[in-house]
Design a protein around this ligand. Structure first.
Ligand code: NAP
Length: 284
């Protein structure tokens, strides 16, 4: 089975699994890892200006030989230089990425744009790049309900996604945000989705994952990926190893978790709150 394709509210589509170029690959040349991911069947590459490696993502796009329209490329803006506009910022990224457009352009975080009127002004710039065809879709990352409320008040186009830290140890706290997004048709992208096997390995979710991995005939990592997929969430993950690239892809060959399995993960996760990125998200 191949990677599921989700529909965005602006009519474009997005692959449910993305290869990330931050975290473990932050500030590193990612040409070889991205090439390996594309070769293994990944088409969705998640980048950001602040990862400091858009140039090497661009090299991988060119060297892969895969037609540009078969790839889905994301980048994100975290801050603007003095007097710099959003279209200018994205054009700088496109030059490094060696492409005429990105599939998805995100505001990386609202926290740099919190002054009165600033977030609204930045969103207008995001709409400009969509109208100019420099980004097919536009969205946000690390947004709370209060950030969405500011943007939605003035928006011509709604953000299509919110990319946030999402795993069982933050899921309960995020429920009001997820409900708000779902009412607006805004999809969720997760990062840090593997936290129970990477950063918080001794919590209440650990024994549940181990039991479900046995039941499904997969790994704990795959159970977490399945949990995300079945909740309709786009998984942005990464790896430095070929074996793990395949492990993530093999998720789609596994049987689905039952509703009771999903509830067991939700309930275990609700016993502990553990966030590792973007602390402002604790106040929705
Ligand atoms: N928008 C934002 O603010 C934001 C913030 C953070 C991240 N991101 C994006 O999301 C991407 C992924 O973030 P993430 O790294 O936090 O995602 P993640 O999916 O939680 O973790 C990926 C890491 O898990 C490791 N892993 C997988 N299974 C494991 C196991 N069984 N035992 C030990 N380690 C295991 C992999 O290590 P190996 O290399 O050893 O396989 C890999 O480095 C980033 O690259 C970036 O693109 C966005």
């Amino acid at each position: 089975m191949s990677i599921p394709i989700f529909k965005l509210l602006d009519g474009h589509t997005i692959p449910q699994l993305a290869f990330g170029t931050g975290t473990a690959l932050y500030q590193q040349n990612v040409t070889q890892p991205v090439l390996a991911a594309i070769k293994a069947a990944y088409t969705h590459i998640d980048g950001a200006q602040v990862y400091g490696n858009e140039d090497s993502v661009g090299d991988a796009i060119v060297q892969s030989g895969v037609p540009r329209e078969q790839l889905f490329v994301t980048t994100k803006v975290v801050k603007l230089g003095e007097g710099e506009t959003i279209p200018e910022s994205l054009k700088g990224s496109l030059k490094k990425l060696k492409t005429d457009y990105v599939d998805l352009f995100l505001i990386h975080s609202p926290t740099g744009f919190e002054a009165p009127g600033r977030l609204e002004e930045v969103w207008k710039g995001m709409e400009e790049v969509k109208d100019a065809g420099l980004a097919k879709s536009i969205g946000v990352s690390n947004f709370r309900i209060k950030d969405f409320e500011r943007v939605l008040k003035i928006a011509k186009y709604k953000p299509v996604v919110n990319q946030i830290e999402l795993h069982p140890y933050v899921y309960k706290q995020l429920l009001p945000l997820l409900k708000f997004q779902s009412e607006h048709g805004i999809l969720t992208e997760s990062f840090g989705g593997l936290t129970p096997v990477t950063k918080k390995t001794d919590g209440p979710v650990t024994p549940v994952l181990s039991e479900l991995a046995n039941k499904l005939g997969g790994t704990e990592t795959q159970v977490l990926m399945k949990w995300l997929e079945q909740k309709g969430i786009i998984a942005v993950t990464t790896t430095r190893t070929a074996a793990r690239l395949q492990e993530y892809l093999d998720v789609y060959k596994l049987p689905n978790l039952s509703e009771a399995d999903i509830k067991a993960i939700d309930d275990a996760g609700a016993k502990l709150h553990s966030r590792h990125f973007a602390r402002h998200m604790d106040e929705l």
